[in-house]
Design a binder for this molecule. Structure first.
Ligand code: AMP
Length: 341
């Protein structure tokens, strides 16, 4: 029988609970320091204790996963803590497409895939001296918004960058990515594409709560002006959102365009869960600044099922359970190679 494995962080509880509900064995690669936390959850069948998550690449860890016919579910922690080369070298079958995770981590590749998918994006700014409007400055990879900052012009950019370097938050030789700031209502749209059914499902929407940009909004302008702290976009948690129904058709179209584009540029395409992240402006026009090519932590809100999945399934269906269902069906029909890489 196939088992489901993941790294102990991000959305691992939801993933393993979903797997257990589908009758699959569950394995958690767990850092020593979090052993006590994860032992609280009875649906985790086996813990592989490690000092760091990179040990998932070691022979010892891979052998245990192999003995258990494990499928590894990638999430944000894997992308944040391992290089693309390391992820691609994982021998355990990875759910979805491990090759597309490189397209998520590398800013230039990311932009290329988003253009290929025709997603409306904020303009990138190639050099600090070209900053004309408010911009957001980002780091490479899934940094979770830590060390991001906003700048209004080149001088502002330089002074904030220098401040973050002196505070040790970013490093001097780090390549930063500058993009026009898009104002509006944040919406992180999560989908699931099933290569078995060749069908796209819209799972739900979440919003991210980011410190300390969000905290700053609670302070009167007078105090804000006196603060010389550079606010960052570090994600603290998520909350649910539903969209005006009239926006749904466009949402499905964006998801489908993304799946089609991924099929063209990175075989075998965008299989499994993914998220298109952006804002709706005053004309309900969506601008997308990011995608995640795997399950996002925002899906943790819907451990008991999402509003949109309750329209598609007559049962409680979390994203973790949806993934496990796909693995189960693929195992039974001997099509695991179709859903893993
Ligand atoms: P990211 O790592 O690109 O997901 O960005 C982290 C956070 O920064 C997002 O959740 C947004 O709050 C914010 N953000 C990123 N890009 C933009 C943008 N172009 N305009 C406005 N906010 C942005």
């Amino acid at each position: 029988m196939t088992s489901i494995a993941t790294l102990g962080s991000h959305c691992s509880l939801q993933v393993l609970k979903g797997a257990k509900d589908e009758g699959l064995k569950t394995i958690l690669v767990c850092e020593k320091k979090r052993e006590k936390l994860y032992k609280r959850f009875p649906f985790i069948d086996e813990l592989i204790i490690v000092d760091t998550f990179k040990e998932v690449l070691d022979q010892k860890c891979q052998s245990i996963l192999e003995e258990n016919n494990a499928v590894l579910i990638p999430h944000g922690t894997l992308v944040a803590q391992m290089s693309s080369e390391e992820i691609e070298s994982i021998k355990t079958p990875v759910f979805g497409n491990k090759w597309i995770l490189r397209w998520e981590s590398d800013r230039e590749m990311k932009e290329k895939l988003m253009r290929e998918a025709n997603l409306p994006m904020p303009n990138p700014v190639t050099e600090p001296k070209e900053i004309e409007k408010l911009v957001i400055v980002k780091r490479q990879g899934a940094a979770g918004g830590k060390g991001y900052f906003m700048a209004a012009n080149e001088e502002d950019y330089n002074s904030k960058r220098n401040q973050l370097i002196s505070e040790g938050i970013i490093s001097k030789d780090e390549t930063l990515y500058i993009q026009e700031y898009a104002a509006g209502v944040l919406a992180y749209l999560t989908f699931f594409y099933s290569p078995l059914k060749e069908e796209l499902e819209f799972f739900g929407v979440d919003q991210r709560h980011e410190s300390d940009i969000e905290g700053l909004g609670r302070i009167p302008a007078e105090q804000q002006m006196k603060s010389n702290k550079v606010p960052s976009f570090n994600v603290i948690g998520n909350s649910p959102l539903v969209l005006r129904e009239s926006l749904l058709d466009e949402v499905y179209k964006m998801g489908e365009n993304f799946v089609d584009a991924a099929k063209r540029v990175v075989t075998p395409g965008m299989n499994g869960p993914f998220c298109i992240e952006g804002v709706y402006d005053e004309n309900a026009k969506f601008t997308s600044f990011e995608f995640s090519a795997r399950i996002v932590a925002g899906s943790n809100i819907y451990m008991d099922g999402s509003p949109y999945y309750s329209l598609l399934f007559n049962e409680t269906m979390s994203m973790g359970k949806r993934i496990a269902r796909e693995v189960k069906i693929a195992t039974e029909s001997k099509q695991l190679d179709k859903i893993t890489t």
